[in-house]
Structures are given as structure tokens and as C-alpha cells.
Design a protein around this ligand. Structure first.
Ligand code: MOS
Length: 729
């Protein structure tokens, strides 16, 4: 039984609003929480696979050239070393969500420092690590590597689909009484997921089982099949628990391909775990950006022109690029527009998606520029934004679906007491500390992704939800349990959600904030089908059906499921597909950030004192997990504003700060009390459950609230992120 639904029109079924069990929306604890805190949740490296060997990657120590020899022979058979795998397929780069093909890479070709060359397999991890360290790899280096994205002789190209030239921006700039024309830079970022990448491969004939840590299993088996030149039907992938992904596990990385190749060749299971430096150097990075922003407005503060032209980087021939202008296209009005992206081709670790690719750094800079324009025009920054909310998409002339941006601005200003803020930069001092206030807008595109889930109402009165969807720390186990519980009239304790196994129906995976609304919709549709079947069995209509605490009926006569089902389970698959509503409406989530900072006048050190985020993201499925996502995003915003920065060696492009000791993510002491407010919203155009994505919204612009506050405190505009103390003295 499959219930298929395509989002071609608004879906105004509002049944989740008054469910008897009251689970959806409630701040229910994660059912997987106790397993995680008691060490019983099995992460990638913790599977006990009998006969498992260990592989460690040996990686390039040059940045461009060709491998001429890998001296494996002297190592094999000694000190537990079983094999040195140098199969060309191992050179495959980590792929990005969306592309099913292995990225191009010539045989034995080296494109960046840290690229995997071989996998050394031994009886123990320590033996493999030692052998990988002493393995001699010979190269024929090439001299024409490029490391600086902004150097004149660095090759660049412009993705055709991402160039917009509308009206005459130069003229708008020349004619406007108020303008901003500035260049901003954001550095490279690492995902820094807590769990490093790991894969354990075992073969049974031509069937491969891969236990790993990935975000999008259904897509990942296709990638792996493509890399290994086998069919995806022969692969089972398991990722029931994922210790954070943040984009770095959207695609498979070298650990998966190399483990699979080695296990096949040796005939025993092989585990490949990356060290933290390997995660930094060998999986992927967020591109650094140079962003040229031009804004023009009249005396009324209404934008007449908007320019956002960006330079990002990636390896030669890679398709992915940081989509910096993604939200700029629809966020604010302005008739004359020039938006574009240029990609510099450099020899650094592969560029890829790191949490909220596009908006995380694009909104950050756009919201800095809006702050500068507010000051130029002498208009309150909240008010300037209010005045520039377009009625229709300024480029495509399509309407917006739900958008509570103005409410988020107003509610934020009220709760933060924005009217009491410091109004003159550099004028508020408490001892050695300069205090300042700043705000920014938030926006992230909303995506619905094709998803399937199976729900079974069992004869014993319990229910099981099954999909290969993942829970990367976001709360999927909780929300799918809540949806099924409400729809089937069962308490959460009677619903078991099983995830992260490609033997289950193909879910949407966790990425781009689409996971909860997409997987949740699939579960919702499956449950609707079960309700119809139940109604049939008691001789009623689905619309008249009442379900509560494991009993069904039409009001007066409620019978237990066990009684109705009479030993027969009811199972249904829900299948959601995106449709016309995604093309005919601009769908996005919105919000606002407000921050108070103190900058030490002597040392230049910044302390965020308080921070507020107000967000509208459609139906909130679980208040606790949604709020936690927003906390995480805003904390990342603090990191982007103040500390996070990949540092590359100019001579060979290698990452200098390749671990969490040198790449600084915020720790407890860096983070103040953060307040998150979720606005009531329903979006019937977004999904049958009227939810939109919230996962990444909390970071999209967050850093700008901090740096705008730093300007307000000190009078210094930092346009080269991060705003480290040397820039504030
Ligand atoms: Mo996200 S960066 O699409 O996992």
C-alpha cells in the first residue's frame, strides 16, 4: 500500500493541529537520548565486526603532480601489514549531494595536499598507522599549482546559471543619495562534526555492507556504487547514529571507498577511521569568499539597486561552488540588480557544503552591508529592513509562501528592547569594555525532497516507522515518532522509529534543512493510509475516525487496535514528492538576530553578552529539537564572527590549523545565554504537514548581528572575517 503525494498545490489539511495525543510540536525528549548518553548508541567506529582489519590512508605530500611509485612491497607481510591498496578508484573525491557521478580525476593525479594515495591495511590500527607513515610515495610534481583564489594568474570560471544582470546597477549607484560599495571576505570553514568520518566494509560474495557515518544514505549507496563500479542494489549502508555531519557527510569520503576496496581485495572486513587532521584535509572545506556588495537607496531607505558579486574557490573541474547569493536573490527589493559568482580553480582540499552553504556566509555579508546602509541613510537598521521587504520576488516575479520576516524583526526588537540600544558607535563604555548592539535578518531557502517511509501498525497495538532517513543529531527519531504517534493515536512509547538502514524505504537524507519536513511528510502520508484502512475495518469513514491511546472508533464505541486488527498488521508506505509549489512560490524561512557585545578597549577581545533569535519556519514539529538547532546555528554564527578560520599555507595550499586545537569553534565560555523564539506559522505550500526546514536557519546571518554590534561598540567595521582582536585595536 503506497500513498503518493506530489506538492503541486497548497495542502490545507490541518489535522495535526488538534491531535489527541498532543505530540507534534511538543518539546518531547529524544527517544534516542538515553542510548546516546549511556554509550549504547552505536556510532560508525563502534560496530563489532568479527575479523575486522584496520586501514589508514597514506596521503599526498605534494599539491599537484603525478604519483610515480608507491613502495608497498617492503611493507607487506611485516608487522601485521596485510596489504597496500593503490586502486585508482580510491582517488575518488568526496561528492556533493546532487551529483551521482564520481568527480573527474585522472589516474595517479594529485590535485591537493592531503589527497589519499593508498590505504595501508594491517591487523591493528597502530600497525596500519605506522606503516602508512613510513610508506614511501614518489611523485613527479608539477609547478603550476594555484593556491591563491585572488591571484591574477589563478584560472576562474563563471557558472552560467548563477549570473544576473537586471536593469542598470551602475546608474542606480550613481543616482542614489545613499550607497554602500564595499568588499568583504569570509574565510574557509570546516564542518567540525564531533564524530570523525569512519567506514567499516564487509563483503558477502558480491554484496557489500558498509557501516559508516553519513547523512544521505540513499544517495550515498549510489555514489559508492558508482565509485566501485558495482550496482547500488548490492550495497547495504547502515548509519543509525551520526555524530554530526554539517555537510561533511552529505557525500561519502575516501574512507568509504577505500574500506570497500580493501575488504574486497583482502577478503576480510576493513575499518577505516579518519584522524581529525585527515577530516580537515581529506574530506572537504567551505570555500573562502570575497564578496563585493553594492547597495543604493533613496532618502526613504527603499533600495533602488543591489549588487552582490562573489569569488569562491574549488578544485579544477568540481561542479559544486558555494552559492553565496542564494538568499540575496529574494531577500530584499531593488530594481537594478547584479548578482554573480565566480569560481577560482585552486589546489586546495575539495570545496563542499558546510552548514547552510550559501546563506551562512552570503547573508552574513549582506546583513553587514544593510547595517552600513542604515547608518549612511540615517535609518534604524530594523526599519531599513522592514522597508525593503518585496511584495513579489524581485527577479522572478513570483509570490512568496509564508514569510514572517517583519514579525520576526518586530518581535525581536521588542524582546531585546532595541529602543534602549546604544545609538552612537563607540560611546558606551563599562570600565575597560566598549559595549555595542547589533542586529541582522535571517533567511534560508526551503526545500522539500522526495522521501519514502513505511509505517506499520502492529496487531499488538504498537507501531513501527522505517526509513533510511538519518538522525545527525537533529532529532529525527523524536519527530517521526511524534508524527506517527499523533496520527495513529498512540503514545510515543508505543512507537518505534528505525532509521539509517538502506534496507528501509528511501528517505530524503539529512541536508539542506529538508530532512524533517520531507521525512515527516512521508510518515504522515503512510499514517493517513493506515487510518483509512482502520476506518474500513470498523465500517466507518476516515474523517469520522477517532483514535486515542491505542483505540479506534467513531466516538462512543472505541475498540482496541488488537481487537480491530485481529492479528493482522497494517503497513503502508508514504511517498512525498516536491512539485509545482516549489517552483511557483518562493519558499524560504526567515528570522532576526539581536546581539549585545562587549569589546575590551585594551586587548581587543570580544565577548558576546546576549543574543536573541526569532524565527518563522512553518509548523514546528518538536519545540525542543527545533530550538536546539537554532542555538547551534547561532553559536556557529559566533564562531564565524569571531574565531573560525581555515588557514592555508601559501606555498602548498595545505591546511595549517587542521585540528580543533587550532581551528577554533566556540566553547561554553564563548557563548552567552542565547534566547530563541519560534513564531507560530503554517505553510500549506511547503509540505502536507505544513512544516518548512529549520535546521540551518539559525546560522544564516547570525555572524552579522555580532559584527554589527562590534561596529556599534567600537566604530570599527571588520570586513575581513573573523573579527579577531588584532583587527579591533
Ligand atoms: Mo547541509 S551543509 O546541506 O548538511
Amino acid at each position: 500500500m503506497t500513498a503518493h503525494h506530489k506538492m503541486d498545490k497548497a495542502d490545507s489539511r490541518n489535522r495535526l493541529d488538534d491531535m489527541v495525543q498532543g505530540l507534534v510540536g511538543s518539546p518531547m525528549d529524544r527517544p534516542d537520548g538515553p542510548l546516546k548518553v549511556s554509550g549504547q548508541a552505536t556510532y560508525a567506529h563502534e560496530w563489532d565486526v568479527p575479523g575486522m582489519l584496520f586501514g589508514v590512508l597514506a596521503r599526498a605530500t605534494i599539491s599537484k603532480g603525478r604519483v610515480t611509485d608507491v613502495a608497498s612491497i617492503p611493507l607487506i607481510g611485516k608487522d601485521g601489514v596485510r596489504a597496500v591498496i593503490t586502486d585508482d578508484r580510491l582517488l575518488r573525491r568526496p561528492a556533493q549531494g546532487g551529483a551521482d557521478e564520481a568527480p573527474p580525476q585522472g589516474s595517479r593525479q594529485v590535485d591537493y595536499f592531503g589527497q589519499p594515495i593508498a590505504l595501508v591495511v594491517a591487523d591493528t590500527f597502530e600497525q596500519a598507522r605506522h606503516a602508512a607513515n613510513i610508506l614511501k610515495i614518489s611523485y613527479e610534481p608539477m609547478a603550476n599549482a594555484a593556491f591563491d583564489p585572488e591571484a591574477e594568474d589563478t584560472p576562474t570560471d563563471k557558472p552560467e546559471d548563477d549570473q544576473l544582470d537586471q536593469g542598470d546597477l551602475d546608474k542606480a549607484m550613481a543616482d542614489a543619495p545613499f550607497t554602500v560599495d564595499q568588499v568583504y571576505r569570509t574565510p574557509g570553514h570546516n564542518s567540525a562534526a564531533m564524530e570523525p568520518h569512519c567506514a567499516i566494509a564487509s563483503w558477502d560474495g558480491d554484496k557489500l555492507t558498509l557501516r559508516g557515518s553519513y547523512q544521505m544514505l540513499n544517495f550515498n549507496i549510489n555514489e559508492l556504487a558508482d565509485a566501485l563500479h558495482i550496482v547500488p542494489e548490492n550495497i547495504r549502508m547502515l548509519s543509525p547514529f551520526v555524530g554530526g555531519g554539517f555537510g561533511s557527510k552529505l557525500g561519502i569520503s575516501p574512507e568509504a571507498v577505500s574500506a570497500a576496496l580493501a575488504a574486497k581485495e583482502i577478503g576480510q572486513p576493513v575499518c577505516v577511521a579518519l584522524s581529525r587532521p585527515q577530516v580537515f584535509e581529506t574530506t572537504m572545506r567551505r570555500s573562502e569568499t570575497r564578496q563585493h556588495v553594492r547597495l543604493a537607496c533613496g532618502t526613504d531607505g527603499v533600495l533602488t539597486g543591489l549588487g552582490h558579486e562573489c569569488l569562491v574557490s574549488n578544485l579544477p573541474e568540481e561542479e559544486f561552488y558555494e552559492p553565496v547569493t542564494q538568499a540575496t536573490h529574494f531577500m530584499y527589493g531593488g530594481k537594478n540588480r547584479k548578482l554573480g559568482i565566480q569560481v577560482a580553480r585552486i589546489n586546495r582540499t575539495c570545496g563542499g557544503s558546510v552548514r547552510a552553504p550559501g546563506e551562512a556566509v552570503g547573508m552574513q555579508v549582506l546583513e553587514n552591508a544593510m547595517d552600513e546602509l542604515a547608518e549612511e541613510a540615517g535609518i534604524d537598521p530594523v526599519e531599513l529592513r522592514r522597508r525593503n521587504v518585496p511584495d513579489r520576488h524581485p527577479e522572478q516575479d513570483i509570490p512568496y509562501s509564508s514569510r514572517r520576516f517583519i514579525e520576526a524583526l518586530d518581535e525581536g526588537a521588542k524582546l531585546f528592547e532595541w529602543h534602549k540600544r546604544n545609538k552612537t558607535p563607540g560611546s558606551l563604555r563599562e570600565g575597560d569594555w566598549l559595549v555595542g548592539h547589533g542586529m541582522a535578518g535571517a533567511a534560508r531557502v526551503n526545500i522539500l525532497s522526495e522521501a519514502k517511509a513505511r509505517v506499520t501498525l502492529c496487531a499488538d497495538g504498537t507501531a513501527v516507522v522505517e526509513t533510511d532517513m538519518t538522525d545527525i543529531g537533529t532529532g529525527t527519531y523524536a519527530i517521526l515518532t511524534q508524527i506517527a504517534g499523533d496520527m495513529l493515536g498512540l503514545p510515543a512509547s508505543k512507537v518505534e522509529t528505525k532509521l539509517g538502514d538502506t534496507d528501509f524505504p528511501a528517505g530524503p537524507g539529512s541536508g539542506g534543512s529538508w530532512g524533517a519536513s520531507s521525512a515527516g511528510s512521508a510518515v504522515f502520508l503512510a499514517c493517513e493510509e493506515i487510518r483509512k484502512k482502520l476506518a474500513e475495518q470498523i465500517g466507518s469513514e476516515e474523517t469520522d475516525l477517532a483514535l486515542a491511546n491505542g483505540r479506534a472508533g467513531t466516538g462512543e464505541s472505541m475498540r482496541s487496535f488488537a481487537d480491530i486488527l485481529d492479528g493482522q498488521d497494517i503497513s503502508a508506505i508514504g511517498h512525498i514528492e516536491p512539485g509545482k509549489t516549489l517552483e511557483e512560490w518562493q519558499q524560504a524561512t526567515y528570522g532576526s538576530y539581536f546581539a549585545e557585545v562587549a569589546v575590551n578597549a585594551v586587548t581587543g577581545e570580544t565577548r558576546v553578552k546576549r543574543m536573541l533569535g526569532v524565527f518563522g519556519a512553518g509548523r514546528i514539529l518538536n519545540e525542543k529539537t527545533a530550538t536546539s538547532q537554532c542555538y547551534g546555528g547561532m553559536i556557529w554564527g559566533i564562531g564565524s564572527a569571531l574565531t573560525e578560520e581555515l588557514v592555508f599555507d601559501d606555498r602548498d595550499g595545505h591546511i595549517v590549523n587542521h585540528d580543533l586545537a587550532e581551528y577554533h569553534v566556540p566553547v561554553n565560555l564563548d557563548v552567552p545565554q542565547i534566547e530563541v523564539v519560534l513564531l507560530e506559522e503554517r505553510d500549506a505550500l511547503a509540505s502536507p504537514i505544513q512544516a518548512k526546514g529549520i535546521g540551518e536557519l539559525g546560522i544564516c546571518g547570525a555572524a552579522a548581528a555580532v559584527t554589527n554590534a562590534i561596529y556599534n561598540a567600537t566604530g570599527i567595521r571588520v570586513r575581513d572575517y573573523p573579527a579577531t582582536l588584532d583587527k579591533l585595536l
